[in-house]
Design a protein around this ligand. Structure first.
Ligand code: NAI
Length: 462
């Protein structure tokens, strides 16, 4: 079998990006992937297909709610679910084919099948054993199971099944008010389902800025989503067409039942490392099942690296991509680096939510003095014209130095706007640097500048 400089196991955003960078740096590279298509969870059953459904269902909402207000008359479109799924599949195919093309262009070999590591320097796929100086594990994650809730991917589904439902459910119960629950819950609510989200904590989107949590919940409620907070799901019982979910309210220990024709389990994901043979190799795992790595993403076994959802840190495609590029640089003898303090997080609901860096809660807990500059989209002309004036931009800056410590945005294009702050943070900028930068008018970005202004002398339009 061919000898490689690097073999990467897993072709998700972490693995395929790592492979392309390795090849660009002159390393002979192969990727082992057992799925029919490249791209991992993100492209096949995660980020990309969910964004297609979010886009389609948002367009429907615009046509129903806002077209008449703008003088666009006519019958609002109805949902052809089969066609919507076909559109989603086309989006997936276009993107996964794109990675195949990039592999060919960069001369990265795709070894089809599921890989294991019988010993350092070797990767076994089926009957074949390939050798490599460096092995990168990029095997990602899988939905974490919940005791008492049996998944059939038809009536009781994970995000995977939720992207392939036979029809739009009339009634849907979502377990978990995290990113997956709210994004997919939004899709089906917009398509006409009666959606109830059951969440164990007393707030939605754990870890997000408190004000953003409250605002998002209020807006989603207005859009028709129902929330049961402080509720621990005990079990679900399903027939072929319906399921009953039992939950216990923490405040009074009372038990309740709710029925639906679809239940989405979205209570988190766990690293996927089955079948790699890590035990035998002596690669250590954390209590949560993540692969332990050093600062160079190398495991305790020399020459075996791990990145992405399989290692500690936020389970985000772009975090995996950055680690993939950094580990490639390390292997090529350069200096790979990831700034874990500046990794944005985005929830693609409408409006979008985006965050980077510290929250007010983490700063208070650390006893750090800060200033918060906030600007409501209500004062932004472009947002008002586009029926998108709900939400705000909040920038947190060090009280003494004015250096930006974090930002939280709920509003139109939040997932794009956040990157202005990410770049500013990478350069160690002060809020005043953003405030003194000319921003084109009329744009949503002006709201970011106004929030930066609000960190000192005050915003103009509020
Ligand atoms: P999550 O960790 O974001 O949210 C899970 C929620 O379930 C939490 O609020 C938790 O308190 C709740 N929960 C846990 N046990 C429960 C129980 N027994 N009853 C009721 N609620 C319970 O996990 P999620 O949404 O499944 O996403 C998994 C991973 O995928 C996350 O790390 C997320 O960042 C990532 N992801 C990111 C996306 C993005 O960046 N837009 C999109 C989709 C997923």
């Amino acid at each position: 079998m061919a000898n490689y400089d690097v073999i990467i196991i897993g072709a998700g955003p972490g693995g395929y990006v790592c492979a392309i960078r390795c090849a660009q740096l002159g390393l002979k590279t192969a990727v082992v992937e057992g799925r029919e298509a490249l791209g991992g969870t993100c492209l096949n059953v995660g980020c990309i297909p969910s964004k297609a459904l979010l886009h389609a269902s948002h367009q429907l909402h615009e046509a129903q709610e806002n077209f008449p207000k703008m003088g666009l008359k006519g019958k609002a479109p109805s949902v052809d679910w089969k066609q919507m799924l076909a559109y989603k599949s086309e989006v997936i195919e276009g993107n996964t084919r794109g990675i195949e093309f990039l592999f060919k262009k960069n001369k990265v070999d795709w070894i089809r099948g599921w890989g294991s590591i019988p010993e350092p320097g070797q990767v076994k796929v089926g009957e074949d054993t390939h050798s490599a100086k460096h092995i990168v594990i990029a095997t990602g994650s899988e939905p974490a199971p919940l005791e008492g809730v049996a998944i059939d991917e038809k009536v009781v589904v994970t995000s995977t099944g939720a992207l392939e439902l036979g029809k739009v459910p009339k009634r849907m119960v979502v377990i978990g008010a995290g990113v997956i629950g709210l994004e997919l819950g939004s899709v089906y609510a917009r398509l006409g389902a009666d959606v109830t989200v059951i969440e164990y904590l007393d707030t939605i989107t754990p870890g997000m800025d408190g004000e953003v949590q409250k605002t998002l919940q209020r807006i989603l409620k207005k859009q028709g989503l129902k929330f049961v907070l402080g509720a621990a799901v005990q079990k679900s019982e399903a027939t072929k067409t319906r399921a009953k979910v039992t939950y216990r309210l923490k405040k009074d220990d009372s038990e309740h039942e709710i029925e639906a024709d679809c239940v989405l389990l979205a209570t988190g994901r766990r690293p996927f490392t089955d079948g790699l043979g890590l035990d035998k190799l002596g690669v250590k795992l954390t209590k949560q099942g993540q692969i332990e790595v050093g600062r160079d993403w190398q495991t305790g076994v020399r020459g075996i690296y791990a990145i992405g959802d399989a290692v500690p840190g936020p389970m985000l495609a772009h975090k995996a991509e950055d680690e993939g590029m950094a580990v490639a640089e390390q292997i090529a003898g350069r200096h790979g680096h990831v700034n874990y303090g500046v990794i944005p997080g985005v929830i693609y609901t409408w409006p979008e939510v985006a965050a980077v860096g510290e929250t007010e809660q983490t700063l208070k807990a650390a006893g750090r003095a800060y200033r918060a500059g906030k600007f409501m989209f209500m004062g932004n002309a472009r947002a008002k014209a586009n029926f998108a004036a709900e939400g705000f931009v909040k920038i947190l800056a060090d009280k003494d130095t004015d250096r930006i410590l974090g930002a939280h945005i709920i509003g139109p294009a939040a997932g794009e706007l956040i990157h202005e702050i990410c770049v500013a943070m990478e350069f160690g900028a002060a809020a005043q640097d953003v405030a003194l930068t000319c921003h084109a008018h009329p744009t949503y970005s002006e709201a970011v500048r106004e929030a930066a202004l609000a960190c000192s002398d005050g915003a103009i339009h509020s």
